[in-house]
Design a protein. Structure first.
Length: 401
């Protein structure tokens, strides 16, 4: 089972149904797939949405709700039933458990008790190991410290490199709502954009979201920026978090190409990310901006620890700043270096074909593939890799064989 659990609820009482909805929307490990206000219609909802968990409030009509629980257990055994009630009567608890409920929780719900119940359901269905950690997608946000540093090209080609592995399912989210151009790099004319998703956020489910994505033949999915020039207020940060939570439950890797405004959407993306790739080049403006951005991210708890610096276009002839001097300026290690191959990159963009297909043997393509492997390393593997590179005197990614 995925670490993000899809939940359908039934509760005829509007007040408690809304309270439950508020609780669920505040938990990033669950996705509220559907709500129902009538017990007699809930089986139809279960069959249409196929959730991981059916959450049933039995207070409005215990007899009808018990019948529904039994029917769910018989016809949808893959769906775990979690019952909530303000009643503590032993006979009711015994009855719902006999009809197949996995968990019974008293209302008002306590967050810790609810999350613990979710973890027990995960374990019983062969999912996570009890720590609430399943096989959720990895979120990587790519941030450029200036225009033209290569953040979009890295986002697209990192995703394409990940797609080389058939077990991966990467998706690119273009969050530069004003001037994003990930669709150009993939030569895609999308039918839907992030605008369509945000306008339908109240009824968003897996099917609608999947139809809103455009798939490139290399295996990468894209959620593009709007066709028209839009400001960041088009999508609310809370809506973005819901979109990302659902994508995370569905795809192996989310590559988010943010704008350079560090607005509310960009910050929301970074907050939920596992890794933030800060892309720069070895010039004075970029290095100054790296320092400024790091000072800004230091003000936001936990973000600075996610940042890894990528130096693009290493070996560019007209730069007079050495790597050693750059390291002294930014005060951080460089995670990866990508070699300069401007002609190949421009050819890839102009043809709308990722490097992995346009120039699979190019040094730049191999370097991005090596970066992809490093991003998937465990902490122990990372330490071993760094130790080996230092012994060899290598520059990460620059001298890919």
């Amino acid at each position: 089972m995925k670490s993000v659990l899809r939940i359908a609820t039934v509760d005829p009482n509007e007040d408690t149904r809304n309270e439950l909805k508020t609780l669920l929307l505040g938990i990033d490990t669950v996705w509220l797939e559907a709500e129902c206000s009538r017990y007699e219609f809930f089986m139809d909802v279960i069959q249409q949405t196929q959730p991981d968990i059916a959450l049933v409030n039995v207070d409005a009509n215990p007899q009808k709700s018990v019948e529904v629980i039994g029917e769910i257990t018989r016809t949808s055994p893959q769906c775990a039933v979690l019952v909530i009630s303000s009643s503590q009567e032993g006979s009711l608890i015994l009855q719902v458990m006999r009809h197949g409920a996995r968990e019974f929780l008293n209302m008002p719900l306590q967050l810790d008790d609810f999350i613990a119940a979710l973890d027990r359901i995960r374990v019983s269905t062969g999912g996570a190991d009890g720590d609430g950690n399943g096989s959720a997608g990895q979120i990587i946000t790519v941030v450029g410290v200036g225009g033209g540093v290569g953040s979009t090209s890295l986002s697209v080609n990192l995703a394409a490199s990940l797609a080389q592995d058939p077990t991966n399912s990467p998706v690119i989210i273009d969050l530069d709502l004003t001037l994003g151009d990930a669709d150009v790099w993939l030569d895609i004319i999308p039918d839907y954009t992030i605008r369509d998703v945000s306008e339908n956020i109240s009824r968003l489910d897996y099917g609608l979201l999947k139809r809103s994505l455009t798939r490139h033949e290399c295996g990468v999915f894209l959620l593009p920026r709007p066709v028209e020039v839009e400001g960041q207020d088009l999508v609310r940060p809370d809506d973005l978090r819901r979109i990302l939570a659902l994508l995370k439950a569905t795809f192996s890797h989310l590559i988010i190409d943010v704008s350079k405004s560090f607005g509310p959407l960009d910050m929301s993306a970074m907050e939920v990310s596992d890794t933030i790739l800060l892309v720069a080049q070895l010039d004075l403006t970029c290095l100054r901006n790296v320092v400024r951005v790091m000072q800004f991210l230091d003000l936001h708890e936990g973000l600075d620890k996610k940042v890894e610096i990528i130096v693009n276009r290493m070996g560019l002839e007209d730069t007079d700043i050495s790597l050693t001097k750059a390291l002294e300026t930014i005060g951080r290690e460089v995670f990866w270096q990508l070699p300069n191959d401007y002609a190949t990159m421009v050819g890839s963009r102009n043809n709308g074909v990722p490097l992995s297909r346009f120039a699979p043997k190019a040094r730049l393509t191999r370097s991005i593939a090596d970066l992809t492997r490093r991003l998937n390393m465990s902490e122990d593997e990372q330490a071993e890799f760094i130790s080996t590179e230092k012994k060899k005197g290598g520059l990460f990614g620059l001298f890919s064989k």
